[in-house]
Design a protein around this ligand. Structure first.
Ligand code: NAP
Length: 283
């Protein structure tokens, strides 16, 4: 793994941070992305100290705007000439409907469109570095999700919990379509449920639920346990040729009927192209 370069988003906290540490332990070059310099640098320095791997880098980008995502891709290209694994992990939960500066619903943008857009922007580097991998961090919460193509932005009857489920369904639907489009490219795409993990995910949710989540943390998996399956998909030779699968506990699992619907997969892809203006991965 020593010559591999891995980019992971949302790497200053929770599952992303723990996955970055696990990968750094293996000796890879780990490029962490975070939106706050201070939080990101604190995590980076800690990982370097704990693993003794000084090839752990930090790029700063807010993934809630198209410019922010472009900036991350540009910063990465300016410093690296290969990308072996892209781990789309950054995400959030919020109970109130919030919009990005460009008018997108926040969860839909960060949890789905940022995955879609960053993958589109870096796909040529992944292809050139093949065999390469894409790992999308989804969730079992996808099972309560539904993609209403008349209202993907949740303008009507918004419920944060429901929108989160919709975006995690979108991660899986996106992965299945992506894997098919990359079939003969040497680039695989898979997605993962990391488990229920005691992280900061509820930080932007309402005060009481965040409080309850915090109190229940002791019963949840630790971030290091949550990192197991993402790190496995990113590095294990066992899954070198596996594509278009959803993993839990390092094993493939089935997903909902809606996620497997080819028409839903095609429609989400087309809607995502329309919203991001990017189409670098033809069918
Ligand atoms: N925890 C669970 O039980 C669980 C279960 C299933 C799936 N997941 C998924 O796991 C992934 C990681 O979540 P986590 O549980 O580790 O939560 P977390 O501790 O809150 O980590 C989320 C990461 O995403 C970053 N992020 C959020 N909004 C961003 C933005 N606009 N731009 C850039 N980065 C942004 C956060 O940065 P800041 O620290 O700056 O906010 C943080 O680094 C998510 O995709 C989540 O859906 C989690």
């Amino acid at each position: 793994m020593k010559d591999k370069v891995i980019l992971i988003t949302g790497a200053n906290s929770g599952i992303g941070r723990a996955t970055a540490e696990r990968l750094a332990e293996m000796g890879t070059t780990v490029v962490m992305s975070a939106r706050h310099e201070k939080r990101g640098e604190k995590a980076r320095a800690q990982i370097v100290r704990r693993t003794g791997n000084d090839r752990v880098d930090l790029l700063i980008a807010d993934l809630s705007t198209r410019d922010g995502i472009r900036s991350l891709a540009d910063q990465f290209r300016a410093k690296y000439d290969r990308l072996d694994v892209l781990i789309n992990n950054a995400g959030l939960m919020t109970n109130k409907r919030r919009e990005t500066p460009e008018g997108f619903e926040l969860q839909f943008f960060v949890n789905h469109l940022a995955y879609f857009m960053l993958t589109q922007l870096l796909i040529d580097m992944l292809r050139d570095s093949a065999p390469a991998r894409i790992v999308n961090v989804a969730s079992t919460a996808h099972s309560r999700g539904h993609l209403n193509f008349d209202d993907l932005q949740g303008k009507e009857n918004y419920a944060g919990w429901q929108m989160y489920g919709n975006t995690k369904l979108a991660n899986i639907v996106f992965t299945y379509e992506l894997a098919r489009r990359l079939e003969n490219s040497g680039v695989t795409a898979n997605c993962v449920h990391p488990g229920v993990v005691g992280t900061n995910l509820m930080r932007q949710y309402n005060f009481f639920l965040n409080l309850i989540w915090g109190a229940l943390r002791v019963f949840f998996k630790k971030p290091e346990e949550g990192a197991e399956t993402p790190a496995y998909l990113a590095t294990s030779p066992e899954v070198a040729d596996v594509r278009g699968k959803y993993f839990r506990y390092c094993r493939p699992f089935g997903t909902t009927e809606e996620s497997n619907d080819r028409d839903v997969q095609r429609r989400l892809w087309e809607a995502s192209i329309e919203m991001t203006g990017l189409d670098n991965i033809p069918a």
